[in-house]
Design a protein around this ligand. Structure first.
Ligand code: HBI
Ligand code: FE
Length: 293
């Protein structure tokens, strides 16, 4: 059942938001953003779904420095009615869902230090803004994120947050999409990670399977390594259709009788794009991409 929320940290509002305080970033922090931005935008050319690059342009994220959340929100608001708000770190599930359901994306405001360039526990501003925000300019994806938040609030009352979190993980964080017969990246955990943006698309190790809501809700995931399994959607519109128009309560009940699947498993109904060798499992431990979310 839904539990009482912990109180917000000192300096945060009741909904856990804080001011970004953009003026407090120093030159080294902006330089770190520029370095990550340059490295990732070069890497992603031709690998990421084109709407991601369009989102960077629409939001003027190509200009140097850590973006100002107020400016991003203004442009996003015009486009799809979304806003970006700063939070001190991970927020409780229910609040996270409430923000999404109200078309507010919560983002960390700190940036990783040079020693953490490829490994980070908590989502920083580069993961949250570069990874997540460009696709919020896409109408169907923007609606999907809101629907996910609404689904989260319902799941909270049904004891099903863990199942729903798998949906987020395998789409919003680590999703692949098919475009003109080729696979492209769109998940924020992949696109914000230098190593995983190669691994997810090109490495023979991980499975790449067609999206199937029930299947994905049964599949465990790892937070400390590259994924062993990626799920491929046909389009953002299709993803939205399969989630927004679905009452998940009967699915949660149905799944209670079924065993969880290991991410290395393949089952008979799977639509297999690539049957992974799984030979690189564990090689990237401590090198998670999103570095969790
Ligand atoms: N809080 N700031 C932040 N960012 C997240 O991605 C996040 C969170 N709280 C909960 C959460 N993610 C997930 O556990 C939910 O998707 C279930
Ligand atoms: Fe994330």
């Amino acid at each position: 059942m839904a539990q009482a929320l912990p109180p917000p940290p000192a300096g945060a509002a009741a909904d856990w938001t804080v001011p970004q305080e953009w003026h407090l970033y120093g030159a080294a922090e902006h330089a770190m953003w520029d370095r990550l931005f340059e490295r990732q935008s070069r890497m992603l050319r031709g690998r990421v779904v084109p709407e991601f690059i369009e989102g960077l342009d629409i939001l003027r994220m190509t200009k140097p420095g850590i973006p100002d959340f107020g400016e991003l929100s203004e442009r996003l608001m015009q486009r799809t009615g979304w806003q970006v708000v700063a939070v001190p770190g991970l927020v409780p599930d229910r609040l996270f869902f409430e923000h999404l359901a109200n078309r507010r994306f919560v983002a960390g405001r700190f940036i990783r230090s040079p020693g953490q360039i490829d490994y980070l526990q908590e989502p920083d501003v580069f993961h949250d803004i570069f990874g997540h925000v460009p696709l919020l300019t896409h109408p169907a994806f923007a609606d999907y994120m809101q629907a996910y938040g609404e689904g989260g609030l319902r799941a909270d009352g049904l004891g099903a947050i863990d199942r729903l979190a798998r949906l987020y993980w395998y789409t919003v964080e680590f999703g692949l999409i098919r475009r003109d017969g080729a696979l492209k990246l769109y998940g924020a955990g992949i696109v914000s990670s230098h190593g995983e943006s190669i691994f997810a698309l090109d490495d023979p190790s991980p499975h790449r399977l067609g999206f199937d809501l029930r299947r994905l809700m049964r599949t465990r995931y790892r937070i400390d390594d590259y994924q062993q399994c990626y799920f491929v959607i046909d389009s953002f519109e299709d993803l939205l259709r399969q989630t927004a128009e679905t009452d998940f309560a009967p699915i949660y009940r149905e799944l209670e009788g079924e065993a969880d699947l290991d991410p290395a498993e393949i089952v008979a109904q799977d639509r297999v794009f690539h049957w992974g060798t799984q030979h690189r499992v564990g090689e990237h431990s401590g090198n998670s991409a999103e570095e969790r979310s």
